[in-house]
Design a binder for this molecule. Structure first.
Ligand SMILES: Nc1ncnc2c1ncn2[C@@H]1O[C@H](COP(=O)(O)OP(=O)(O)OP(=O)(O)O)[C@@H](O)[C@H]1O
Ligand SMILES: [Mg+2]
Length: 334
């Protein structure tokens, strides 16, 4: 059995975008001569994902993550390079291929807003030709897992964002896909809802062996779920290796936000490396080196805070550092 689920070589997508000159005259001029700009959204990416792997994909806005997922799922065709997903060329959109993967995009729903989730599931049962017993088994498994029994018969458009995301996952998993592509599944969700989604994804990956490729702007998603992370910047893969290695090697600082129930003046903070980034009576934000984060946390606790939140550094900062420091011994840099 072939254990490589996804393989791309020099995969490239160049978009051609029409550029209109300014104003009415520009519009008229462009009737005769159109100016196009070419944009290399994905540039020579080699990627290989094995059976049951859980791979994170991060990169700044416009890096090419969604474009890569669109090529892997056949929504768009590559401009150059080779692509093989479970033995198929995705853009052929063969039915046999479509039955074996699922894609969930946080910003784009695949649900029918006027239907109930139950109806939608039945529709997908027909589309994917799922046998009755497998369908019932999966339906009760996910209803239980996501704890959504009372939501099965309400119209999708009445669901909250967090509830809808559970339903998106349920609908996309009902046919037992071997690969699940997730493009920002936790976007806009609050802390509790994202944590729930993360725990479902972990179960789906571990119990069902579903390979998952996940993009997210939330480092927390990547850190808690993905053993391996791919970093993309301007269409180019700049890191592919252990998630731990990425954070250990390139993350130097943490951000700690502390809030107070009553207004507080300047705090006399002694923790080394702590830099005050934002100072208001009810909230202070500090940047602190990773090593000193716990010291700062303890020091802040002494000031009787209402809440303290530790955040990972933003992806942009990590990307910059990869460039500054090079790949070195960490991961496979290409
Ligand atoms: N249909 C299109 N036509 C022309 N250019 C496009 C098209 N879709 C995307 N692009 C461009 O390709 C680049 C990559 O876009 P893509 O959506 O893949 O980025 P992304 O990594 O998913 O970003 P984000 O984190 O913001 O979702 C961007 O510069 C974008 O402007
Ligand atoms: Mg995107």
């Amino acid at each position: 059995m072939n254990d490589i689920m996804i393989k791309t070589e020099r995969l490239t997508k160049t978009y051609r975008r029409y550029r209109k000159k300014e104003g009415v005259l520009g519009s008229i001029a462009s009737l005769w001569k159109r100016d196009y700009e070419e944009k290399i959204a994905v540039n020579q990416i080699d990627l290989s994902v094995g059976r049951g792997e859980f791979v994170g994909m991060i990169g700044p806005n416009g890096a090419g993550k969604t474009t890569l997922i669109k090529m892997l799922t056949g929504i768009i065709a590559p401009t150059e390079g080779d692509i093989d997903v479970m033995g198929y060329y995705p853009n052929d959109l063969k039915n046999e291929f479509k039955k074996q993967y699922a894609v969930v995009m946080g910003q784009k729903s695949q649900l029918f807003f006027e239907l109930t989730v139950n109806d939608t599931l039945h529709l997908f049962k027909e589309i994917y030709e799922i046998p009755e017993d497998a369908f019932q088994k999966n339906k009760s498994y996910f209803t239980e897992l996501f704890d959504v029994r009372e939501l099965m018969d309400v119209q999708v458009r009445t669901l909250s964002l967090g509830e809808r995301m559970k339903m998106e996952l349920m609908v996309s998993l009902i046919h037992n896909p071997k690969i699940l592509f997730l493009d920002e599944p936790t976007i806009g969700l609050d802390a509790v809802a994202s944590m729930q989604i993360r725990s479902f994804l972990k179960i789906i990956n571990e119990e069902n062996g579903t390979a998952i490729l996940l993009t997210s702007h939330y480092m927390e998603d990547i850190r808690t779920l993905c053993k391996r992370t791919v970093v993309i910047n301007r269409g180019v893969k700049i890191y592919d290796g252990a998630t731990d290695g990425l954070f250990e090697g390139y993350q130097k600082n943490k951000r700690i936000a502390v809030t107070f129930a009553l207004p507080v003046g300047n705090l006399d903070i002694k923790t080394p490396t702590a830099v005050l980034m934002e100072n208001t009576p009810y909230k202070k934000i500090y940047k602190v080196s990773k090593q000193s984060a716990n010291i700062l946390l303890a020091e802040l606790m002494g000031h009787g805070p209402k809440d303290i939140v530790t955040e990972e550094e933003e992806i942009g900062t990590i990307v910059e550092r990869i460039y500054q420091e090079g790949g070195g011994c960490l991961g496979k840099i290409s």
